[in-house]
Ligand binder design. Structure first.
Ligand code: HEM
Length: 477
């Protein structure tokens, strides 16, 4: 079945690279009837738009508390996924799964944790320039009081120089495509629509569970029909779950660590070795070239490359791209059991993919994004990091699986004491102190140890981003 692009919110299908100014608003619903009326009039962008014509736009998502507050009945709520209903920061079990311990514990979160007011609505604002964004923001803010909404937090974003993230690596290169819709991704990176949009077949050839509604509850037929049961309205169809984690990055500590580990005998820094270690940790060079394609240097010819595998490139043992590098852990491509290197291995990987839509926040330590300048700048005040956002239809099998079974797992793919060097929790979820990173080499591997946690969680929540017809249905509850 082709995607119903007009009914899917645009940010699920596109990253809005032309709308580089964005801000995210967390809102509480104080008067549900006023909020429902507001929802009916809200102009959200669908996936069918012309880049040249769209200078600003809105998208919207809800926490499970938000849907309840809008008046969704308990029996429909139970048909949403357990992870979504429980929430990201709500249980010790989920905290363990995600590795949110110590400084990153939900108790310390600025939003989404037990000690802060529960956000109900996430309003996402995007614009082509600063002026358009501030106009859009003021227009929206002026409606909050009549819409029965209480602002809880305003999360700003930054578009960093050279399309990089704060550590200084190009980001947004490994894109995930939707089968039958995105035609610019390689077959290994093109995944069944139902992995990212509810109401379509997923990687198992099945429909992921979501709330279906009897006709009596949708008398005027606002909702699309469920594909597997045309007598029922589909509240999930054309919607997706949005994982939102505010992750702060300690850029200075990252580069200091890489610098210290690669000093020469006389104590002098070795810039080339420092960059090489950092690239081994990421799996790509700062300019973007994947190590498996260009193991020795940051070759601009490969900077946007995403059509690669590991076993098929002959890198079975991680001699080019370490087994535990960030991009190899978060998408092992053809490295998975059973039968690594085969199509079967790639198929298994396709059950654990997400579509990333994050944005950076905070000023860069240095605008050159260069490690030597970061080190020379010393400690810079202010927080910086990434609003990590991703879409999936099964939070447990996709985002949480990546985070728990790959990112934080010391036993990932034959390793025994490492976690993700970039974003790992250093033992929080497995109760074991990690902080080791292994660089496979012939004849002997090298290991760096005592790696601190460079990324901390400052807030987060699971949201449901409904289809546009479902949004009108929620407004009519
Ligand atoms: C501050 C936190 C993070 C930073 C700085 C970061 C950085 C990066 C960088 C530099 C890349 C390579 C560029 C690209 O391939 O597009 C990348 C890729 C990726 N990251 Fe992250 N990341 C962060 C958090 C996360 C989290 C929390 C997850 C999921 C649990 C994640 C999943 C991925 C995935 C799936 C890829 C693409 C891998 C591939 O397909 O080859 N990242 N990240």
């Amino acid at each position: 079945m082709p995607l119903q692009v007009d009914d899917i919110q645009g940010i699920i299908l596109y990253g809005y690279g032309h709308l580089r100014h964005a801000c995210f608003l967390l809102l509480g619903i104080s008067e549900p009837s006023a909020t429902r009326a507001w929802l009916k009039t809200l102009d959200v962008l669908s996936g069918r738009f012309n880049r040249e014509e769209v200078d600003r736009c809105l998208n919207i998502a809800f926490t499970s508390g938000g849907l309840r507050r809008l008046g969704l009945s308990d029996d429909l709520m139970t048909e949403f996924s357990t992870e979504f209903r429980e929430g990201m920061g709500a249980t010790p079990h989920r905290q363990r799964i995600l590795g949110d311990s110590d400084e990153s514990s939900p108790d310390n979160w600025r939003w989404g944790g037990p000690g802060t007011p529960e956000p109900h609505v996430l309003l996402m604002l995007y614009a082509r320039n600063e002026i358009a964004l501030s106009e859009l923001l003021s227009e929206q803010q002026s409606r909050f009081a009549t819409a029965g909404l209480t602002p809880l937090a305003q999360l700003e974003t930054t578009w960093l120089p050279q399309e990089k993230e704060h550590f200084g690596f190009r980001d947004g290169l490994s894109t995930t495509g939707i089968e039958g819709f995105h035609n610019n991704t390689s077959p290994a990176n093109t995944i069944a629509a139902g992995e990212f949009v509810l109401g379509y077949l997923n990687a198992y050839g099945q429909y992921t569970q979501r709330p279906l509604v009897d006709q009596s509850r949708d008398p005027i037929g606002l909702l699309p029909h469920a594909p597997e049961d045309s007598t029922r309205g589909d509240l999930g169809m054309n919607g997706s779950y949005l994982v939102f984690r505010q992750l702060s990055q300690d850029v200075t500590s990252f580069w200091r660590y890489c610098d210290e580990q690669t000093r020469q005998r006389d104590g002098a820094s070795n810039a080339a070795a420092r960059t090489r270690l950092a690239a081994k940790m990421v799996g790509r060079w700062p300019g973007g070239a994947p190590l498996v394609k260009s193991p020795e240097k940051d070759d601009p010819a490969f900077s946007g490359e995403n059509d690669f595998l590991y076993h098929a490139e002959g890198d079975v043992h991680g001699l080019k791209c370490p087994i535990g590098a960030h991009i190899r852990r978060t998408n092992p491509r053809d490295s998975l059991e059973p039968d690594p290197g085969s199509d079967r291995s790639i198929e298994v990987g396709k059950r654990h993919r997400v579509i990333r839509r994050g944005r950076a926040y905070g000023a860069p330590v240095v605008s050159s994004m260069d490690a030597a300048d970061v080190l020379a700048a010393g400690d810079r005040a202010g927080e910086r990091g990434r609003h990590f956002l991703c879409f999936n239809t099964h939070i447990g099998r996709q985002f949480e699986f990546i985070q728990h079974t790959w990112v934080n797992n010391p036993g990932f793919d034959g390793l025994y004491d490492d976690d993700d060097p970039l974003i790992g929790d250093r033992g929080g979820s497995y109760g074991k102190t990690a902080g080791t990173f292994t660089i496979q080499a012939d004849p002997v591997r090298t290991r760096v140890t005592g790696m601190p946690r460079f990324v901390q969680v400052r807030g987060g929540a699971y949201f449901f981003m409904p289809g546009i017809r479902a949004l009108r249905f929620l407004g009519s509850l």
